[in-house]
Design a protein around this ligand. Sequence first.
Ligand code: PLP
Length: 402
Amino acid sequence: MSIYAKVEKGPAIEVFALTQAFKDDSNQNKVNLSVGAYRTDAGVPWVLPVVRKTEIAIASDESVNHEYLPVTGLDPFTSAATELVLGADSIAIKENRAFGVQTISGTGALRVAAEFLHTQLNRNEVFYSNPTWENHHKIFSDTGFTSLHSYRYWDQSKRQLDFNGMLADLDQAPPGAVIILHACAHNPTGIDPTQEQWKQIADLMEHKKLFPLFDSAYQGFASGDPDRDAWAVRYFVSRGFELLTCQSFAKNFGLYCERAGNLTVVQQHASTKAAVHSQLTLIIRGMYSNPPAYGARIVSAVLNNPALRQEWMDCIKQMSSRIREMRSLLRDKLVALGTPGNWDHIVNQIGMFSYTGLNENQVRYLIKEHHIYLLKTGRINMCGLNTGNIEYVAKAIHAAVT
Ligand code: PLP
């Protein structure tokens, strides 16, 4: 008998299974609202023009070669990424208390962060929002965390943030627990705390000595302004927290498959940097030795050149504005159809996703009867909507609800 015979088949990963089902569906009206990637109004992926231009420049640069990057990545990339999230005038950068290491996109940043927290800081307790991006649980559990908890976040009946529930649950967390916070554009709900609420979260976390781990997968993509989207992280740094931030350049640069990410470490004192950096180096060395260069070269070239950076800023404005337009259009169409319920949450949410409030039965109906693919939680990717399919989707939602 094969030694592999005892391996049990694992469950399908919902988002990838839905995308496959969408591909296999021959219905001409089919719509994919499941996968977390940007689509243009024509329903196709978008290579940002500034990214294309930079790729061409890199490809024709004879001095570029394919030598290994250092274990912690490309320095001009990590410094630009760290500055993007903490701000050019960050006191932590000025005092040499902050630095970044390149990672395999946002997921890799989270995995390296989890490994560091577990093995170097002996953390075993992590809290993530309910709901959250489903990989948070897996990453921390695969790392060896055995005490994994969720804190309340979404109030399904009111379709808004359950702020009191969130504070009450965080208040129960033991000192030192790692708290995963979405820096902006919370996935999957699209609901972020207000600045006033972030201040209260910071008060509680400071008082209870909780450790903030910011997951920043949508900076700039949410509001169109990277500074505004980084407000919460910068606020925590200004309060003197030591923290980690996991950055992805998948969405805001459209570099999904290129795996460009950065883990930013903010410390109280510059004196701990050498030791922390060395341990992160060893963690990465043992996991995948060194990161890929392609995406990091593009991000670095763009962020470190004022003219290219401006072009990038224009691109993220364009993407976030299209999403906002789709939000208003969908809400307006549902209201015009007289679809039961209040649909204002669709325009009040921010970022790529909307947590529609549709239940599992309604989701099943949309997939089966209308070939509209979305997660069973009712999360839709707003970018999957466009002027060509929004009427069809609104009518289908109407039919699902009535
Ligand atoms: N964190 C959140 C909240 C996300 O939504 C995602 C991607 O969907 C990621 C992290 C990581 O993405 P990636 O590894 O593609 O950068």
